[in-house]
Design a protein around this ligand. Structure first.
Ligand SMILES: [Mg+2]
Length: 268
């Protein structure tokens, strides 16, 4: 089932291989459920994942949209839930962390984290590379390990090779490439499945899913939203992508969210 889903996403991305202009998404209606990636979508990238901040007023905007959609607004991120909570406090939205390995639903608080022993050797070797390339960030997320080279572009080849060399020993893991990062993620976990899991429960069940994200990992979310008759919204111009709509960058996402919040107020 997992393999079939991955193949479908791959086919979908390849079918969209010709770059094309995507229109901005329409405004949300009350039947929508909104799924938001975080880094590169709500947050601009920084040289380190811990050096980011939400723009002024963004929490209030998200809170207003969440109220209007009866709570059907969720964060779907590669970050662990505890980091999401720190970034969005005091707002505590339903969320899928670690690409869908951790969940917090509105009515079913539930966090699951897998065993991380298998990553020990890789973590140690990655630390040795940091000594040679101080800009590398080895982000230990428990069961996931993300290797970032945004501040050390010369280390990309070495980090990719390291991850690929260790993958065969990491039973049950897959590589998740991203923007200046490669991550080892337990197989069977992706943002599409995260969307499906959240959509199975109130207040998401029965709504039209709208997934907004920027990176390769978000293609799974796009495919899940489209398969459920929803909308897929790419942030940026990355190609190929199976998204049907696009917003230019995180500031365009916030502008679109503010327009939604204003409209919600006008039609309350
Ligand atoms: Mg992202």
């Amino acid at each position: 089932m997992q393999q079939r889903f991955h193949r479908r996403v791959q086919d979908c991305v390849m079918a969209a291989a010709t770059p094309h202009r995507r229109p901005p998404p329409p405004l949300l209606d009350r039947a929508c459920a909104l799924f938001l990636d975080v880094d590169g979508t709500l947050l601009e990238f920084a040289s380190r994942p811990d050096l980011v901040a939400l723009p002024h007023g963004a929490l209030e905007t998200l809170g207003r949209i969440s109220d209007r959609l009866d709570g059907a607004v969720a964060l779907v991120s590669g970050r662990p839930l505890r980091e999401l909570d720190a970034l969005f406090a005091p707002l505590r939205l339903p969320a899928a962390g670690l690409h869908g390995q951790q969940f917090r639903g509105v009515d079913a608080p539930d966090e699951r984290t897998a065993d991380d022993d298998a990553l020990f050797t890789l973590r140690r070797e990655a630390s040795l590379l940091v000594e040679r390339h101080p800009g590398i960030v080895v982000e230990d997320k428990g069961a996931n390990l993300a290797l970032h080279w945004r501040a050390a572009p010369e280390a990309e080849v070495a980090l990719r090779a390291l991850a690929e060399r260790h993958l065969p020993q990491l039973t049950g893991y897959r590589l998740q490439p991203g923007d200046h990062v490669i991550e080892l993620v337990p197989a069977g976990v992706d943002k599409g499945r995260a969307v499906l899991t959240l959509m199975a429960e109130p207040p998401f069940a029965g709504r039209t899913p709208v997934f907004v994200g920027d990176d390769l990992t978000d293609e799974f979310g796009f495919a899940a939203a489209d398969a459920a008759g929803g909308w897929s919204v790419l942030v940026g111009t990355r190609e190929p992508s199976c998204a049907r709509y696009a917003l230019r960058d995180p500031s365009a996402v916030h502008h679109w969210l503010r327009r939604n919040a204003a409209r919600e107020q006008g039609h309350a």
